[in-house]
Design a protein around this ligand. Structure first.
Ligand SMILES: O=C(O)CCC(=O)C(=O)O
Length: 228
């Protein structure tokens, strides 16, 4: 599913945009399913549209209305194969989330490492981020700080948290020179490691910017603390 060169880029840079893309039919289905999910959860903040997998209310503090078929969509064996090749292990699906920015909307995703929030140890985990819309710098594409995953877990600031995000990382000036915009067409995907520093800006465009993030972890890893 990933070429050897793509897997090696993931290991070196902490992310990769592979050749893989969704079929036209799968993309059309995903677009409609995600639109239904977003419409059913119009008051949920940008970073909290996590698909519920448990009926326990404390596991779903924002009261997200789920979408069973989207959970099933995330189980596509091709996605597992992509994540397994990237992480160089047997990867298992453990979650999925939608990040949807309406046209001309201010919400952004501050710099962070997913591993800071995820209860997974060791942090050998990744996201397969599927573009539902084209992503551009103007509409707030995901941005990665190349190779930052090699620094291990970095300190995150919980002061100034804005309700949309409970903690963020403040990159050094040197890190800013390694920022890469992940520019994707609809149906294209990126993979990023859970230790990679990444984020995304506001949507200044007239188009929506929506992505479906599917989360994987090394099958040998464990949930080691509560979710932050
Ligand atoms: O879609 C975005 O803007 C942010 C995505 C992200 O932070 C993630 O998938 O971990």
């Amino acid at each position: 599913m990933l070429t050897r060169a793509e897997a090696s880029r993931f290991q070196t840079d902490g992310f990769v945009v592979p050749k893989y893309r969704l079929s036209t039919e799968a993309l059309a289905w995903l677009r409609e399913a995600v639109a239904d999910l977003v419409a059913a959860n119009s008051t949920v903040p940008l970073t909290k549209l996590v698909l519920p997998r448990s009926a326990r209310p404390e596991a779903n503090p924002f009261g997200v209305v789920g979408h069973h078929a989207l959970n099933r969509f995330a189980e596509n064996p091709e996605f597992v194969a992509l994540a397994s090749a990237a992480l160089d292990c047997e990867a298992v699906l453990w979650g999925a989330q939608v990040f949807s920015k309406a046209p001309a909307s201010g919400a952004r995703v501050p710099w962070h490492q997913d591993a800071f929030f995820w209860p997974i140890g060791p942090p050998n985990a990744c996201t397969l981020w599927i573009a539902v819309d084209q992503t551009t710098h103007e509409n707030g594409c995901v941005q990665a700080i190349s190779s930052s995953h090699r620094a291990g877990l970095l300190p995150h600031d919980t002061e100034g948290a804005d309700g949309n995000f409970s903690a963020s990382f403040d990159p050094s000036p040197a890190m800013f020179s390694n920022i890469v915009d992940l520019l994707l067409k609809p149906g294209e995907v990126s993979l990023h490691h859970s230790l990679l520093v990444h984020g995304s800006g506001s949507n200044f465009s007239g188009q929506s910017r929506t992505g479906f993030a599917v989360r994987f972890m090394d099958a040998r890893a464990r949930f080691v603390h509560a979710h932050r």
